[in-house]
Design a protein around this ligand. Structure first.
Ligand SMILES: [Zn+2]
Length: 276
């Protein structure tokens, strides 16, 4: 067991609050998703409650050599794609659709089937290759440095923002890409949720090996308020598996998930942005 606490030897400043040093908050070891005793510390801004994970992931996108579990996850149609698409359809039922950080492009394909003109962007080469093999309409690269010839009616960033080391250019880029009456859907993990608070270092979604940021509602507002007129923030418990057993543990977990949703303390934050 490695007992060394990872600490930054330089001050870490909050990227959202001028001249505000983030304070040492929490240290632990992560033992899920194939990782053993992965030591990390959390630093938190006392003004906007944005949290950063230290040390920052060595490869900010994915672990340098992806294991079989991750290879599999690239080629997997996640169950929440359908849920997300149903939410989107309450706002838009057709038009130009882009999924930024689309993995193998299953949501892109599903949106196309539902009547959108859809495309995806994926920075990870393994996932983008998988998308190509599946004939999903996906470009490999960093959306921040791409020029798009059209405006989008729907922009999705599903569990992407927490991976981007420098998110300062994101609001401006999204604003530029969005049609005047378009809608943006952003989902991120919510560390201030009930389940994450109870589970602490056992919360799978913390994923300190790949996440740079954990957002609070305040920090999310702060990031986008200058570029978007309407910002809706909700939480939902979606990232921790709900379990399908009938044992006591599953029942307790189900009850906690219901309470968390009532208290707006779900473990996923869902943000909807529009220009007006
Ligand atoms: Zn801050």
């Amino acid at each position: 067991m490695n007992n060394e606490i990872p600490k930054s030897d330089k001050p870490i400043y909050c990227p959202l609050c001028a001249n505000t040093e983030m304070s040492f908050y929490f240290t632990s070891q992560y033992n899920r998703q194939g990782y053993k005793n992965y030591a990390y510390s959390l630093y938190k801004c006392d003004k906007c409650f944005l949290i950063t994970i230290f040390p920052p992931p060595s490869n900010k996108i994915y672990p340098p050599s992806r294991d079989e579990e991750n290879q599999y996850s690239a080629a997997h149609d996640f169950p929440w794609n359908k849920i997300l698409l149903n939410t989107i359809k309450k706002y838009k039922t057709s038009g130009e659709f882009i999924d930024i950080g689309c993995n193998a492009g299953y949501l892109v394909q599903a949106a196309q089937t539902e009547g959108f003109s859809s495309m995806g962007v994926e920075i990870d080469e393994v996932a983008a290759k998988e998308a190509l093999a599946l004939k999903h309409n996906v470009l490999q690269g960093d959306f921040l440095s791409m020029n798009f010839s059209k405006k989008f009616d729907v922009i999705v960033m599903n569990h992407v923002l927490e991976h981007i080391p420098d998110f300062s250019k994101v609001p401006e880029k999204l604003h530029e890409m969005l049609a005047d009456d378009g809608v943006i859907f952003i989902h991120v993990p919510h560390y201030y949720g009930l389940i994450s608070t109870i589970m602490k270092n056992k919360w799978s979604t913390l994923a300190p090996f790949t996440h740079v940021w954990l957002f609070s509602a305040t920090s999310m507002q702060k990031l986008f308020k200058n570029k978007f007129h309407r910002i809706t923030i909700k939480t939902n418990t979606a990232t921790e598996p709900h379990g399908y057993g009938i044992d006591l543990k599953t029942n307790i977990k189900t009850a906690i998930i219901q309470i968390a949703n009532i208290l707006s303390m779900g473990d996923e934050m869902r943000v909807i942005l529009s220009k007006k």
